[in-house]
Design a protein around this ligand. Structure first.
Ligand SMILES: [Mn+2]
Length: 438
């Protein structure tokens, strides 16, 4: 018998899931990792990222890898390893893969056996599917893809173990980033400190780290890495994760230096408490939309308590003030993709459950179920583009503008952990994880 969280147990569970989704309609499914591509008018290759449904079967982030699944049979993995002296094409096949899969190495895509009639194709290249004799209606059929997208929110024990390890690695690198910031490092220095500590290069990470000092932390997806500090730094917001066997962590921390305004330091402490209170609300059956609403309510109370806002919670909510400070959703599904698929799916058949009108950026509207993994990442930012229009409006009295003017230079706060829904509550994969040993 295999350990419950072993790779072969994962493959067996995935097989059951696929069998159910396929029903009587498809005798087999052929998954393709994807093909390599070039920039327009250039011979330089675009960085490759394997298709998510392929990655869930096998952590091989290479073009032209195939997996054939037939219910009741050992899945067949076809690594295509072309003869090539420009790139290293050969790679090690892990023992655990050989145990769970039948491995049949090919030297060209053309050597792939012709799929049996009715085989469904999952992958990004319908032209290749057609060349292999797969009919267009068998190519990424919604009747198969939708139930698989929906099911991916719930993790197998193996997947949870990878996500736990990815969080553990990220915590080690976040600690190095914090020390670099406190020692006076620039955004660029902090980026390098993060990479060095997790020992992953940028293309191995699940996404490009956001490393923002002071007012830049109010830019939600700030993309630059300044080499120099503009002045004594007050705030670091770092949103960065690591990848383990295809599974990514997505962790945000905000740190202050001794130069930070006392009000901002209080805001940071309040946001940390708020974030943990949200994690404590998680349980199977809860609506994720309600968690988002709870985040907005708690944020309104925090802003009132700190004197950044005035009036009552109800008044702030009605005026949409919390969303001016937190214009994003409180989190999203997490897995082989940072924003994992199916976040707004109504049920296994498909259909959308859109976010509430007042929070269009919310990426997750699912009902929580055991072993679902998502992020919980409340934030509070001083974004001139969103706050300045209020200054001239009838809502101006709900905000203490002296506080806002003082905190523009500090940017904002976001605290993000990765959370698994347990049988009766939650497991915080990020805070529960001891940092990996150096
Ligand atoms: Mn996130």
């Amino acid at each position: 018998m295999h350990e419950a969280d072993s790779y072969s147990a994962h493959v067996a569970q995935l097989g059951e899931r696929y069998g159910q989704a396929m029903g009587e309609r498809f005798p087999a499914v052929l998954l393709h990792s994807g093909g390599s591509g070039h920039y327009f008018g250039d011979d330089r290759e675009v960085p490759f990222q394997a298709y998510g449904h392929f990655t869930q079967w096998l952590p091989v982030n290479r073009p032209n890898q195939f997996l054939l699944f037939r219910p009741g049979e050992k899945p067949i993995y076809y690594p295509v390893v072309p003869a090539d002296y420009w790139y290293e094409q050969d790679f090690a096949i892990e023992d655990s893969w050989r145990e769970a899969l039948e491995v049949r190495r090919l030297s060209a895509v053309a050597d792939l056996p012709k799929p049996e009639p009715g085989t469904a194709w999952l992958g990004p290249d319908p032209t290749l599917a057609e060349e292999l004799g797969i009919a267009p209606e068998q190519c990424n059929p919604p009747g198969l893809r939708k139930p698989l997208d929906f099911a991916r929110a719930v993790k197998t024990p193996y997947e949870t173990a990878q996500l736990r390890a990815a969080s553990r690695l990220a915590m080690r690198a976040h600690q190095a980033a914090r020390l670099c910031f406190l020692a006076g490092g620039s955004e660029f220095d902090i980026h390098l400190a993060f990479l060095e500590a997790c020992r992953q290069i940028e293309e191995e990470l699940p996404y490009t780290p956001i490393i923002a000092i002071d007012e830049k932390s109010a830019i939600l997806h700030y993309q630059h890495k300044r080499r120099q500090l503009a002045g004594p730094p007050r705030v670091l917001l770092i949103d960065a994760g690591c990848r383990v066997d295809g599974y990514g962590s997505d962790v945000t921390r905000t740190w202050t230096s001794a130069a930070a305004d006392a009000l901002f330091v209080d805001l940071l402490a309040g946001m940390d408490e708020l974030q943990q209170a949200l994690v404590a609300q998680v349980r199977p059956g809860m609506d994720y939309v309600d968690l988002h609403l709870a985040a907005l309510d708690r944020l309104a109370e925090l802003l009132l308590g700190l004197g950044i806002c005035r009036g009552g919670g109800e008044q702030l909510r009605e005026a949409g003030i919390p969303q001016c400070f937190m214009p994003h959703g409180v989190g999203h599904l997490l897995g082989v993709q940072v924003h994992d698929v199916g976040g707004r799916q109504l049920d296994a058949r498909g259909g959308e459950r859109p976010p509430p009108e007042h929070s269009p950026a919310l990426r997750n509207t699912r009902i929580m179920a055991e072993d679902m993994v998502f992020t919980i990442e409340p934030g509070c930012y001083f974004i001139p583009m969103l706050l300045e229009p209020l200054r001239e409006s009838a809502k101006a009295g709900l905000i203490d503008w002296n506080a806002v003017d003082a905190l523009y230079s500090h940017g904002g706060v976001r605290i993000e952990d990765n959370v698994r829904v347990s049988a009766s509550g939650s497991e915080n994969l990020t805070r529960g994880a001891a940092p990996a040993a150096a």
